[in-house]
Write a protein that binds this ligand. Sequence first.
Ligand SMILES: O=C(O)CCC(=O)C(=O)O
Length: 259
Amino acid sequence: MSLSAEQIARYRRDGLIHFSSLFEDDEIAALKAEQARILALPLDSHLRAASGEFLGTTAMDRVSPLYARLLRDERLLAMAEQLIGPSLYCHQYKIILKQPFGTLSLPWHQDFGPWRHHDGMPEPLAISIGIYLDEVTEFNGPIVYIPGSHTQGLLEYEVIPVPGTTPIPSLPDATVTRLAAEGGLYAPKGPAGSVTIFDCCMAHASGQNLSPQPRNLIYLSYNPVTNAIRTPTRPTHFASQDFTPLRAAPRAALLGAGA
Ligand SMILES: O=C(O)CCC(=O)C(=O)O
């Protein structure tokens, strides 16, 4: 799958692009079944709140051939290469779980904040791709973005603790107020299988899931090998140190070889 010139121009302007139903129902069903299997494994790479609430998991490619293939899926990798160039590796791979009536909320931040602060990523060249495992509605804690905020580069931040994960360099209210006055707020909603691609300097946040429905999302973050992290301080399941470039696998391969 490749992006049109118009889509690329929109991405450069807004810092994100959203596709409804990019993945088929059978692909999402397989990824959800495999997610349940991964979450049942006793792994240090899981993310949990002190209360025991399950918040997510990371580095799924280490324990799941299906999730390893997803990283190489030509639909994702081809679009990423159009946007940030060839020779990409995966810096971070995670599933964020928003349980029904769950407490997880994420403060306003740019992904490049933690990647620079904790991992020593040199330049803000990476992108993230969110894949919806569930329908995302206004009720179950959608991510809220500020279109155009990526053009500001890395903004001044305050590092604040967040349950279940490493502290997040977060944007002060005054910064968010200014950015939102310029770009507005945008929360892409859509069925399972939808995909949002966003720049690592995009300001975003999300609130709690108020609904009885889960909101589980896969995130994979591609970074050029030439921009590999220099001074990692976190375990590798938060910030990979395998800088081998990913080679695209055909779409049919995703479900072709079993879990
Ligand atoms: O899934 C979400 O609601 C937000 C996740 C996020 O912003 C992050 O993990 O950096």
